[in-house]
Design a protein around this ligand. Sequence first.
Ligand code: ZN
Length: 345
Amino acid sequence: MRPQDILLPTADGLCCKPGGFHIDPIRPVERALITHGHSDHARAGHGAVLATQETLDMMRLRYGENFAGSTQVISYGEELRLGDVKVKFRPAGHVLGSAQIAVTAKDTCIVASGDYKDAPDPTCAPFELVPCDVFITEATFGLPVFRHGDAALEVKKLLASVALFPERAHLVGAYSLGKAQRVIALLRKAGYDAPIYLHGAMEKITAYYQSRGIDLGELRPAMGMKKAALAGTITLAPPSATSDIWARRFPDPVTAFASGWMRVRARARQGGVELPLVISDHADWDGLTATIAATGAGEIWVTHGQEDALVHWCKTQGLRARPLDLVGYGDEEESEPQPRSEAEA
Ligand SMILES: [Zn+2]
């Protein structure tokens, strides 16, 4: 069977005709398989949704109980037959509950990896390598300039700054789903045991992580705190809030931002970020290329991000490769409703 007879890029997203479903569709479809809870992959309004328990819970948190006609849980490693294909979900190491979806028809296996990272993350199951014939990879950081390094060292930088400026507050911009909880877990791993403060927009999802057994230590809402009491503390907030009127409640805040984009200095400067922290939930260039090679796939489909360089690299390795030109995926926070400062003030 030709791979394109199994999975085909369409305007709605990746479509599996023989299985009767779409993967991470951007428009409402009859049956959707969802890789993870970020809003550019997990949208409301589908007839039926198949995903991990965590992804379904996150969709429920964000969109309410009736986000889909019906839902079905699939565990990592469990095999399901859908129409003429078999599907399996495997950990993607991106955020809690994130999965790669392996679709097998006859002898051909295609893995749609969604967003993934091969770096360690104390808040989710580690990325699992799935040998396959066709590997569909993201390319968010698909340029050789992107090398994320060790996230633990970035957290050390943050703690050094907190020690250096005990009279100032530290405001860390981080995406609400995944990144914020990972930064908190990394702070705890580094031995930081003071209470950590949260912007209201990340309280629910962070409490959900805790309810799934992720130990994040003592967390407090930043709202209602006296300005002086926030000196020497660390607060996590959505990136947009750190440059907002909301930030005025903090004493002389040091603005940090935890993102793979912080490798680009101009980007940090532009955003008024004083303390850039290179911490990403996506594979960097070395991670992408190492993963592609390790899957043993002879054919690589590249989607959302810097497709060109990665497609070119694949060809130099003797692999067949093409960009999928799927639209609608990218920076999750951009597609999230912005936190309302008025409600927070
Ligand atoms: Zn994502």
